[in-house]
Design a protein around this ligand. Sequence first.
Ligand code: RIB
Length: 305
Amino acid sequence: MSRPIVVIGSSNTDMIVQLDRIPAPGETVLGGRFSTAPGGKGANQAVAAARAGGQVVFVARVGADSFGDQAIAGFTADGIDTRFIVRDETTASGVACIFVDRNGQNSIAVASGANMRLTPSDLHAAEGVIADAAVVLMQLEIPLETVDVAVDMAAAHGVPVILNPAPAQPLQDDLLRKIAILTPNEIEAGMLTGIRVTDEASAKKAELALCGRGVAMVVVTLGDRGSLLCGRDQIISIPAFPVKAVDTTAAGDVFNGALAVCLAEGQSIHDAVRFASAAAAISVTRLGAQPSAPTRPEIERFLLK
Ligand code: RIB
């Protein structure tokens, strides 16, 4: 049996309003369409990895409320191991309010709730599965202290960590040095390096700066301009697949989940990024975070086109 992918991170319920354009501060825009969907960067990555063919264990904290019940039911339907999802009796499940405009671009506000109560002690219960994992995948919608402890735990067991540094926040070199693959978008790469990333040249500079700080490999995702992969001795640009975007929410999450699956399977980083780009391209053609994550057969068919 293959070794699991352990995803440690957030779970939210997304409240989505699709509008012609995103309101400016103080402005009211009418004409929106409302829907809800399961979301949260950690949960989206766990679901994306499971649908892409991974054996996934999700470590998270949700409230003892109906949103938490629905989230866990969804993970179970996707075949995810939910044994290490803690129910928090005192704090509500995470919620995100998302505006999506006519071009599929979004703006997100998160009430983290129980996600910010995922503690290092919750991780200790999962140490056995972390030790046995092919890869650990994390983001930054849980306390940084918990991310630090998880990275140390994975390192102690020789398990590689993929860190998607989203949402953007500064990180210490001591943490970066223990990351096998860092996957920032332009904004996150800018926040981590102080370099304004606007194109491939500035993305390269940011990647080299991050590799200089000790990250083994960096993949900067540049949306419809593809991604840039930087390892010890190479920088490779991998083009995006052209599609018509309906909603870009969770495209990065789907990319990370699919990337983790390929690495767990021992595929080359180049093939892994191409597979992950295809998964992300499919996801932006659909509304919602988890509803947009494609299955393995869908990704394989897309790659054959
Ligand atoms: O990356 C997209 C996700 O960010 C959404 O699902 C929302 O819940 C926020 O966490």
